[in-house]
Design a protein around this ligand. Structure first.
Ligand SMILES: *[C@@H]1O[C@H](CO)[C@@H](O)[C@H](O)[C@H]1NC(C)=O
Ligand SMILES: *[C@@H]1O[C@H](CO)[C@@H](O)[C@H](O)[C@H]1NC(C)=O
Ligand SMILES: *[C@@H]1O[C@H](CO)[C@@H](O)[C@H](O)[C@H]1NC(C)=O
Ligand SMILES: *[C@@H]1O[C@H](CO)[C@@H](O)[C@H](O)[C@H]1NC(C)=O
Ligand SMILES: *[C@@H]1O[C@H](CO)[C@@H](O)[C@H](O)[C@H]1NC(C)=O
Ligand SMILES: *[C@@H]1O[C@H](CO)[C@@H](O)[C@H](O)[C@H]1NC(C)=O
Length: 776
């Protein structure tokens, strides 16, 4: 996260200041999330749930602090977990843990936004017309976005033509710094902020150094960007700095948006995130969009997993970013089976800006710098690398460049360490005239580019080697010129997997393929606060209504918007059915009909899950794999979760022994198929059932592409549906061939193909892996 402007300051209520000062004198306090047993309250005894929650603090907080125990309460939860978040010292924590009715206590956890910043200006693509016409642009659906807040005056939140919110809506427009009830309208129907956990964890940090609005207003731009991507209104002639032009709009331009600000200058705290989910469930959202998360942890410790379980139970689709820790395997986060986990892909737009070296050779690069508006930007300049000799000058770190050596020149900066846009600012301040950003082995050919403050282009790793060798071997004066060629669409291979997109298999639950789908997350244009420059840097005095960003943070709200479209088209579908529709219709080929690529090789299932989201097909999938909340419990049992762990997640006190006995051979009815062979196992039988949401009298036959070394048998091979809403089961036999050498994993697919072949293809990826019995 970048701090963005000096013009406003963190506002602390006097209550909070006095709280902090009185606490600092005593034992150090920390935020804990305390989960209670819902049945342990005798409600007649307490006037309210809140009183009951407070009674735990009353009995815990030491007597010297009498009267203050209630000020220790940060949040009281009821829709997600039964419990509260509170400030506790170590000894108090020990006391509390032993109390009757307390079932779990976990420390607050810091999560992060799933973004790699890159700023670029481009027009937002509209999804398939078919999806919009079938779903009335998402009319009537409500998307809740947990993020950094919103800039309500952005034209993307205009409510022109929007109907009033549905009657069930119970949200509010919470007042705060520079934010009024009049800041909401029929597009932005709700806004709240949750800051208590962040405040406690960051109270020693000077608020003056980290100014931000204490209100739902967005100080960083991330939340404005994601919420407009999901549900932004159409904006004609969206242009930035007079450059480019087109209609910008969200995936569900007819949907309502409610923002829940949970991320602040130092990240997003789980107590705040849980509080927002707790309230959003009661407010009446249909979709929750979370472009945030941490590293994968077990579901019973993961507040996003716990909160989303209860959201899903109430029929709310929870869509989460997979994280930006790719291409390492096992990096996917937010991987609970009841959420939709979204990885990032590229668009087919390029912004070529070639470097012509003094030796006449060209290097491919990309830039959003509006070169044609600044012809002076295209000049032959002396090019320098690591100028100044100071530590970090190759990265163009703050203060590392020598003015004498870079003034008036084109400066090469390696990617990494500091922000990309920040490097441009450093070069500019040292007197540099232009910049070439050079990818390293970490980024290879990834092309997230930015709206730099000076003429600049980004080159890939192999180009950077050529450039450096040219500079190295050319004495006395290597030169270069950047040729800006503007925007080119449709000519490159896309979608492809974004290199940063987190990969499976899931660490916590390798028996479910994650991520579920990929969606556009590279160089996405969407709304931006009107008091920030397009780079988000304090020094950037330009003003825009739109800018470009990259990350799975940007991919997630695309899917949230599409889930809202499906919700409008099929209001009775469960979150599992909505997810199934998006997964089984996803594309596995790019728009040339070639396999979706991941760098130089075809992408595997751990990079793309079921594939690239296809909204037009997702609103009419033919068949869906449905899952009841109770099935998730059985699934957790089959994973070996204990009774108390399952209770923590679901508030249900069940006996796994009984459940597993009753459902021998159970498999979660997931829209993708995963078989994990343990030890010497060679056969797995996996059950699935599909519900016909297409036409009556539909016949489907199975088509199989078996993974290498594995035989796949599906029984029956034909499914004959007489009615709509009819559900039929089938079995998948996964058989390891004799003598097959167990490599770590192999992949294939199965499809149910409608007898009118072009009507529906319902696809599931198949992933088979082997683990030694001990390591499972
Ligand atoms: C808050 O409301 C008042 C009028 O009630 C208005 O003058 C003011 O501009 C509003 N502020 C914001 C940030 O909307
Ligand atoms: C530049 O040349 C020197 C020796 O002349 C060599 O050690 C160095 O590796 C070269 N650097 C690059 C980037 O080619
Ligand atoms: C941003 O949008 C507002 C409202 O539509 C408009 O008045 C303003 O001129 C726009 N700013 C820029 C930089 O385009
Ligand atoms: C769950 O039920 C069992 C027996 O039915 C009981 O012993 C146990 O205390 C219960 N656990 C919780 C967390 O309610
Ligand atoms: C699996 O499917 C078969 C045939 O459809 C059925 O007989 C069996 O009961 C199913 N098992 C479970 C656990 O659902
Ligand atoms: C299918 O089921 C849904 C809800 O369960 C219902 O609203 C719908 O009318 C049904 N459709 C048909 C054709 O039976």
């Amino acid at each position: 996260m970048v701090s963005t402007t000096k013009t406003y300051f963190l506002f602390l209520s006097s209550v909070f200041l006095s709280l902090v000062s009185s606490l600092n004198a005593l034992l150090p306090l920390q935020t804990y999330i305390v989960q209670l047993h819902p049945q342990s309250v005798t409600t007649s005894y307490f006037a309210s749930k809140l009183d009951w929650h407070l009674s735990f603090l009353e009995r815990t907080v030491s007597v010297e602090e009498e009267g203050e125990y209630s000020s220790r309460l940060l949040y009281s939860y009821s829709s997600t977990i039964e419990g509260f978040a509170a400030l506790l010292s170590e000894p108090e924590l020990e006391t509390l843990k032993r109390m009757h009715g307390v079932i779990a206590v976990r420390p607050d956890r810091r999560l992060e936004l799933h973004t790699t910043y890159s700023y670029k200006f481009l027009k937002l693509d509209a999804p398939g017309v078919g999806a919009w016409s079938r779903s009335k642009f998402g009319r009537g659906s409500i998307i809740g976005v947990l993020d950094t807040g919103v800039w309500p005056e952005s034209p993307s939140f205009s409510d022109h033509g929007m109907p009033a919110p549905p009657k069930k809506w119970r949200g509010v427009c919470q007042q705060g710094q520079d934010f009024n009830s009049s800041s909401c309208n029929r597009k932005l129907i709700g806004a709240r902020f949750f800051i208590k956990g962040h405040r406690v964890a960051n109270s020693p940090l000077s608020p003056e150094l980290n100014p931000e609005y204490v209100s739902p207003r967005d100080s960083s731009g991330h939340g404005t960007h994601t919420s407009s991507t999901a549900g932004g209104s159409p904006v004609q002639m969206a242009s930035v700095l007079g450059n480019g032009g087109g209609i910008a709009q969200g995936m569900a331009p007819g949907a309502h948006v409610a923002v829940y600000k949970v991320c602040w200058f130092n990240g997003c705290y789980s107590s705040d995130v849980l509080a927002a989910m707790d309230v959003a469930i009661r407010d009446g959202v249909d979709v929750l969009s979370l472009s945030l998360g941490g590293f994968p942890i077990p579901f019973y410790d993961d507040t996003v997993a716990i909160g989303s379980f209860h959201a899903a139970e109430k029929g709310i689709s929870v869509i989460c970013a997979a994280g930006n820790n790719g291409p390492s395997i096992n990096s996917v986060a937010n991987e609970a089976p009841w959420v939709t986990t979204v990885g990032a892909s590229t668009l087919d737009r390029r912004f070529p800006a070639y470097v012509r070296m003094g030796n006449g050779k060209y290097l491919y690069g990309e830039s959003l710098f509006p070169g044609n508006h600044f012809p002076k930007a295209e000049r032959v300049l002396e090019v320098v690398y690591a100028a100044g000799g100071d530590m970090g000058s190759e990265y163009c770190l703050e203060g590392s460049l020598s003015r004498a050596q870079v003034a008036g020149k084109m400066v090469v900066c390696d990617r990494g360490v500091n922000g990309r846009a920040e490097k441009g600012e450093v070069v500019k301040r040292a007197g540099g005239a232009a910049m070439i950003l050079a990818n390293t082995e970490v980024n290879l050919e990834e092309d997230s580019v930015d709206a730099h403050v000076l003429p600049a282009t980004l080159i890939g790793y192999s180009e950077s080697l050529q450039l450096k060798s040219y500079i190295n071997s050319t004495k006395p004066r290597p030169t270069a010129k950047i040729h800006f060629l503007g925007t080119v669409t449709g000519r490159s291979q896309a979608p492809a997997v974004a290199r940063f997109s987190s990969r499976g298999p899931s660490l916590n639950n390798p028996s479910i393929l994650k991520p579920d789908v990929i969606a556009p997350g590279v160089n996405i244009i969407a709304a931006w606060p009107q008091n920030l420059g397009p780079t988000g840097l304090i020094e950037d005095s330009r003003r825009v209504n739109f800018t470009v960003m990259s990350g799975t943070s940007m991919a997630c709200p695309h899917v949230s918007g599409i889930a809202a479209l499906i919700h409008t088209a099929h209001p009775n579908w469960s979150p599992a059915a909505v997810k199934s529709a998006m997964m089984t219709t996803a594309d596995v080929t790019d728009h040339y009909g070639k396999p979706i690529m991941d760098g130089n090789t075809p992408a595997d299932h751990f990079a793309i899950g079921s594939g690239h989201i296809n909204p037009a097909k997702a609103v009419d999938p033919g068949l869906v794999y449905d899952i009841r909340p109770a099935d998730y419990i059985t699934h957790l049992c089959s994973l070996g979760y204990t009774r108390s762990e399952i209770f923590t997640i679901s508030r249900r006190n069940i006996s796994c022994k009984e459940i597993l006995h009753k459902s021998k051979g159970f498999s979660l009815n997931y829209p993708s198929v995963t078989a994990v062979f343990k030890g010497k196992e060679t056969v797995k039988v996996i059950n699935r059932s599909v519900t016909n949401v297409g036409r009556p009298n539909s016949i489907y036959s199975v088509e199989i592409r078996a993974p290498e070394g594995v035989r796949i048998v599906v029984k029956p091979k034909r499914l004959v549906f007489r009615r709509t809403n009819q559900t039929l089961g089938y079995r998948v036999y996964v058989i390891a061939k004799k003598g097959a050498k167990p490599v770590s994993s192999v992949q294939g697919e199965l499809q149910w193909v409608h007898s009118r072949r072009n009507l529906y293809r319902v696809r599931s990826p198949i992933t088979v892996s082997w683990v030694s019995k001990q390591s499972y």
